[in-house]
Design a protein around this ligand. Structure first.
Ligand SMILES: [Zn+2]
Length: 280
């Protein structure tokens, strides 16, 4: 259970968001700085899976100030450092977390953070060309090794993100660029259950039972029908959207809010305001 008064910010970063070396144009710089601020403000990092289990009444959380960290899209830069043409060498999210004061909490059963990955190999192959300038930066080769370390767990960000640069997406009319169009059982099954099956085949028990809506789009069919009615099939315990507010005890488990770096805050000051709002 979550204490009635608890307000827990869930933060979201994208490891490909790099256009320079300063906080506002580099999610790696922002993450490192934000981890220090979380520590200064007395927050503890909570595994997103532990948060979900507490919301589902399966676990009690001791009182305290908590924050969760998540990463979207599953680029290699989550796990591997990268020599960026404009920003120089960029440390991976994994390295930043490992070198922070939080790493002693690593746990493969309830990883410290979650990386929501685009699962389809074909989609990732096409994204390599359309979004990564032909560089092979969205592979699945690191998923297992990463998950085993317990710092970044691997979770479900749909089969193909209905990404608008793909030739074919798993949507009945091949509608791209919106996850709101996933509004039938067949499409939901192809985007969510099939993605979880692939994750389980690839990394076994390390596949986290958590979903994040592409673009933060949470169609009412998924929130109200598919997720609550077909738990045995999709095997997810919660789904995360992108509403900028903290998670509370009354949050909808099938559309949990998250704050996105670069969108909902752009500076240490903006981040501080979120922490203060959550703590008040
Ligand atoms: Zn995404």
């Amino acid at each position: 259970m979550l204490d009635k008064a608890m307000t827990i910010p869930v933060l979201c970063y994208h490891s490909v968001n790099i256009t320079g070396v300063s906080y506002e144009c580099n999610d790696h710089v922002a993450l490192a700085e934000d981890l220090r601020m979380l520590s200064r403000y007395g927050f503890q990092l909570l595994s997103p899976l532990t948060l979900v289990r507490a919301l589902r009444g399966e676990k009690n959380l001791a009182s305290g100030k908590y924050a969760c960290i998540t990463f979207d899209d599953g680029a290699d830069l989550d796990y591997y450092g990268y020599d960026h043409p404009d920003a120089g060498f960029v440390k991976s999210f994994q390295d930043i977390l490992e070198q922070s004061s939080w790493c002693h909490d690593a746990d493969p059963v309830a990883p410290l953070t979650a990386s929501f990955v685009i699962v389809s190999p074909q989609a990732r192959k096409e994204l390599t060309v359309s979004c990564f300038f032909g560089q092979d930066l969205i592979r699945d080769t690191w998923w297992r090794e990463c998950a085993q370390k317990g710092v970044i767990g691997i979770a479900n960000h749909s089969w193909d993100h209905t990404h608008d640069t793909l030739v074919q997406v798993r949507q009945k009319e091949n509608h791209k660029g919106s996850f709101y169009k996933i509004d039938t059982y067949q499409d939901a099954d192809a985007q969510i259950r099939a993605a979880q099956d692939y994750l389980c085949r690839t990394i076994g028990d390390f596949a986290m039972p958590l979903f994040a809506y592409p673009y933060g789009h949470a169609p009412s069919y998924l929130v109200e029908e598919y997720f609550p009615s077909f738990e045995q099939e999709h095997r997810q315990l919660a789904a995360f959207g992108l509403a900028p507010e903290p998670v509370t005890r009354d949050a909808n488990i099938w559309n949990l809010p998250r704050y996105v770096c670069g969108k909902h805050w752009q500076s240490p000051r903006g981040f501080e305001k979120i922490l203060k709002d959550c703590a008040s």
